[in-house]
Ligand binder design. Structure first.
Ligand SMILES: NC(=O)c1ccc[n+]([C@@H]2O[C@H](COP(=O)([O-])OP(=O)(O)OC[C@H]3O[C@@H](n4cnc5c(N)ncnc54)[C@H](OP(=O)(O)O)[C@@H]3O)[C@@H](O)[C@H]2O)c1
Length: 352
């Protein structure tokens, strides 16, 4: 089919990558395939990356002339980016000073920090402070990704648009961890004994999935539901009933193949929102589903489930023009226009 993409004029969008880890690198590689957007700076603290041209870190042949630096303020003041892609941490408290530095340098921010996807849960005061700073500097801050950010919240919210009445929403994500990166397989405890898993949960080495509370709160806020509470169940091990394996981890029966975590939004004593996240080696069917009990009923299913890293990178990159165009302040996915893919030239949607 012929491409009918518009060919916009105007200056390129300038991006700084803050956190040149797995996701930051994947975002950078995708941005290199786009037009109308340029990586002008890179920030990280890892001694293996600082001082090197980002192209080298990405495994790209030609140098980009962008040296990875640990000095965020210097990079931001020298490069004056339109937007910072922030991918360093899951937690709002850690992300806060980094995002604030970007905001104070006049940059919009799109971040994969899970707790920033709906930051009013983890720390309303920090959220308020970021909102004030963003408005003061005329920029927008968004926390997003695949989950939280899309599959277990924005998608469910969007599907409610066809409902006249809603009784319950159930969202489920089942992933076969064997198809994911090894650090992810280790992060979910694959290969451990149940006792080792329990100990790692107790000591916080395994945290489970970060973001279920945020997704529930975002859905409730979008629907105007005043929840009594959000209940997050303890992370449970998924114990293998037969031998399962990935390329690097072998799991014998009785050992942990991964984890399952559920969370509920409770209103008037009833569980009105339930999220069920499962990631384990050997999951026979991988899917993302949203079930809405209401009028009409909705049964949506994506099979196989969306690949987490590919989806995260896409959501982050695709939200860039929408974040740049949004009114200033701290936003969540429910506050921004319907998410969509971006054309090759990232300036297409910009009005100036
Ligand atoms: N919302 C979603 O759907 C979604 C999806 C994927 C990932 N995430 C989250 O996004 C974050 C990034 O993921 P990832 O897989 O790319 O992690 P990663 O591979 O560990 O990369 C993070 C990078 O940021 C660097 N960093 C950490 N703190 C820093 C600081 N204060 N200043 C400068 N650099 C710093 C790290 O350096 P060191 O190695 O020295 O620590 C590392 O190079 C994680 O928290 C992950 O949970 C969210």
């Amino acid at each position: 089919m012929m491409s009918k993409e518009a060919s916009p004029e105007g200056p390129e969008i300038k991006v700084v990558i803050y956190g040149v880890g797995e996701i930051g690198c994947r975002v950078a590689r995708l941005l290199l395939k786009k037009r109308g957007i340029r990586i002008v700076g890179a920030i990280d603290r890892s001694p293996q990356k600082v001082g090197r041209d980002i192209a080298e870190v990405l495994g790209v042949e030609n140098p980009l002339g962008v040296t990875v630096s640990r000095d965020a303020a210097k990079v931001l003041s020298e490069t004056k980016p339109d937007i910072v892609v922030h991918t360093t941490t899951s937690f709002l408290r850690d992300a806060y000073p980094q995002v604030l530095t970007a905001v104070e340098h006049g940059a919009n921010v799109v971040s994969t920090t899970e707790e920033l996807s709906y930051p009013y849960i983890a720390d309303p005061e920090l959220a308020e402070s970021l909102d004030r700073a963003a408005k003061l500097h005329g920029v927008t801050v968004l926390g997003t990704g695949i989950n939280p950010g899309f599959l277990m919240d924005t998608l469910a919210i969007t599907l409610t648009a066809v409902c006249q009445e809603i009784d319950k929403i159930k969202v489920k994500r089942v992933m076969n961890a064997a198809t994911r990166r090894v650090p992810f397989q280790k992060k979910i405890g694959a290969g451990l004994t149940v006792d080792e898993f329990t100990e790692k949960i107790r000591t916080g080495v395994i945290t489970g999935h970060v973001g279920l509370e945020q997704s529930i709160a975002m859905i409730a806020a979008a629907l105007g539901w005043n929840l009594d509470k959000v209940e997050v169940e303890l992370v449970e091990p998924v114990v293998a009933t037969k031998h399962v394996e990935s390329e690097v981890i072998k799991v014998e029966p009785g050992r942990v193949a991964g984890l399952r975590q559920r969370a509920h939004g409770v209103m008037d004593g009833k569980k009105v929102i339930t999220l069920d996240f499962q990631a384990y080696i050997g999951a026979e069917e991988e899917y993302d589903s949203v079930t809405i009990e209401g009028v009409p009923e909705v049964h949506e299913r994506i099979s196989p489930c969306v690949h987490g890293d590919l989806g995260t990178v896409a959501v982050v990159v695709n939200m860039i023009p929408k974040v740049i165009e949004a009114p200033p302040g701290l936003k969540t996915m429910k506050d921004l226009p319907v998410p969509s893919a971006t054309p090759r030239d990232m300036r297409t949607y910009l009005s100036c």
